[in-house]
Design a protein around this ligand. Sequence first.
Ligand code: GLC
Length: 796
Amino acid sequence: MQIGTLLRSIQFFGIADSARAIRYAILRDRLDRDYQQMASKDPAESQSPGPLKWSREIPHGIELQFEHTSLELVFLARDVLRISWKPGELPIPYAIIGNAWPGDWIQLEQGQGGLVLKGSQLRVEISNDGRLKIHNLEGSLLRIENPPVHTGESWEQTSPLDPQACIFGLGERACGWNLRGGTYQLWNKDPGGSYGLGHDPLYMSIPVYMCMQPQGHYLVFYENPYRGEITIEDATKVQFERGALRSYFFHGSPEHCLDRYTQLTGRPPMPPRWSLGYHQSRWGYKSQDDIREIAESFKKHDLPISAIHLDIDYMDGYRVFTFREDRFGAVLELSQSLQEADIKLVTIIDPGVKVDRGYQFFQDGLQKGMFCTLPNGRPMLSIVWPGWVHFPDFTDPNVRTWWGDCYPQLLDRGVTGIWHDMNEPTAFAPWGDKTFPLITQHSFEGQGGDHLRAHNLYALLMNRAGFEALKKFKPERRPWLLSRAGYAGGQRYAWNWTGDVETSWEALRQTVATMLGVSLSGFAYTGSDVGGFSGAPDPELYLRWFQLGAFTPFFRTHSAMGTPPREPWTFEEEILQATRSLLQMRYRLMPYFYTLAWAAHQKGTPLLRPTFWVDPDDPTLWEIVDQFFLGPDLMLAPVLNSGELEREVYLPSGSWYELWDDSIFAGPGVRTIPTDLTHIPAFVRGGAILPLEISPTELELHLYLPDEGEIRGELYSDEGDGYLEYRLDRISGSRQEKLIQLTRTNEGDYPWPYTNTVLTLHGAKISAVELDGKDWVSEETRIQTPLFDEIVIELA
Ligand code: GLC
């Protein structure tokens, strides 16, 4: 152990808990040694599939028996292929939901040196030694999978890459953008303290990646939750320590691939509208009075806010589902007064349950056998914030219910949202892997399994327990959960934030790539601690981070214990004013965010999208990562370097309007855009209709005129929570020279929520307007409109 680590640990946890952490690490090492010895009793031989013995057609696919291993190939749909190599157990399908796949017709042919499986969109050549070549019907070779190697219980598979191919995803990574040229661990991990560029792995590993390449894009998901590793160089080389080697291949544009992938692993539910607002947090708010003061200061400084988070200090000795009565005894009154100001209370919950004979929840869990155990049947003892803890075994359905049944203890005190932390799962240990001994036993719905199998699923299942509890106890409300760790399918239950990122410019730059990678891994909602978790951002860095946060799905300032306060008013007036106008812009954009949430819910489309989204086939866009899209119409170019007062921005083809001052630029091409401290370059696509809310009853529809051609916009509205009616208004039309014609259609029965709607034109002045067949008055660029079906605008 390094002396520095020890000192840091004593500073944070005190001498007694540091000593316990050392004891824990020694115990874990001993158990892990036993585990390794058990696993390596018979040195195993590596086996390739060997020659093909027989094959047979099965519904929508084929089954093949090679000498050593077997393979099943099934077309779930014409563009989705499931590839399963055995031996090894197939996973309990925690990650996936969609089994109702249409399949595809197939045709089997004898090819040169193997078989050919043809579907309506893909053709797979299966060589007699187990190599797969996946082609599209135009004949382009999309992917090669070399025969996988099975050693003992592990699998290894390589897949050569096109020299131009770029790889993105793998969940949460802090390793640049294009993942080629690196090795990544598939093992959820708290980096400890804070992390910066190059730290791997982080809290949420997902074995899913997107490949952008000239001959056609694809996404591959390995449904194997075991510990693994993936190296991405001239080829991808993936290894899993156990389980069957099952993967899914999805073909098409990134948007299509994510639609299909989330058809398989689930889409995020519609979030409550408040969650898209601003969240304020800090590890170090010590009492209900602190929180009240924070809320009052937001009001006093005219800063809109939607939620305040309580970190671990609200608990009584870090006992989950308790409140420290001396400081948070009046939390119900607090939450009620926050509620009056439209601010929700969110509390953190960690999975570790304090070992304490006088603590009812612990006693109950112990009696009912709710905790993960060691092979001798005794609960596994570990250490986190409360000192010694036992961890619930979320792979057991009874534990999920038992755990969830405690959520009313938070909900009944007025808590609305829940923040799950430390669920990689993390245990404090001054050296080695900060998690459970691998020998730890889990139920797996009664099947049994060890921690190597359960680790990456732990957060997914904790989040499932929390999500199901929120639905059960507040059925009229939409659950809102935030989680640090996760796995494939976790988007069904919780939002992601990027954890304890360090406070630095480099970390700010990396954060854009990290969030885009998370987005391409199926999590539509992500965000980072504004200002970085660990340090004291100077005003410039804080503001630049705030500017990024204002355009990310989850927008929260949060920081570590002991860092200086960083609420907007703790900075000088210029910064305070800038944060105010950003917050105002965020709230004006709410209908846009909310409409994007609907798209994510319908099709899994992430809110944040890499630049290549506009034209996936243009390779010059694949590696751009210092700018990104929020939805289809807003492109952000955050300032990511200190002192930068201009930056280069790639503008895709078409016309682009600066959001702040309406200057118009024509793409495609790179432009140098001036900026100042209080703004980041932000562009609206010509042809877009951007809905901006002035108040709950006043809406502005901003029409950014294209030079020529298509105009479209969408607006989703509902109550903001619950499950009642909704409406989706679509406005579409076109510009032909000086004439604009727009038609509105809608679905859903929710009444139009706005009493006052203004259509504002950008890029030209109005000469005449006809609304639903009648002449209509207008100003130079503004038209007060009732809900129209058709509008014709003649430009001056
Ligand atoms: C972890 C979380 C951080 C939180 C802290 C204390 O480090 O990532 O957000 O403030 O624990 O609960």
